[in-house]
Design a binder for this molecule. Sequence first.
Ligand code: FES
Length: 65
Amino acid sequence: MLKSVQKLAKEQDIPCQISLEEKMGCGIGACLGCAVKTSNSPADNPSYLHVCKAGPVFDSSTVEI
Ligand code: FES
């Protein structure tokens, strides 16, 4: 559902924030299970954010879900 909301917001040029707390495991930065790829990073050198440290709420245009 979040992916659909993200897509709709992009198509309609609507500001949108999404909460990715469902991806969190430990919540303290230890498990690294909450990494999400940033949308503007190059394919050959992707960068990631940790939901538990940088989020859990992100601008929908900044992350790939
Ligand atoms: S939830 Fe474990 S590192 Fe983010």
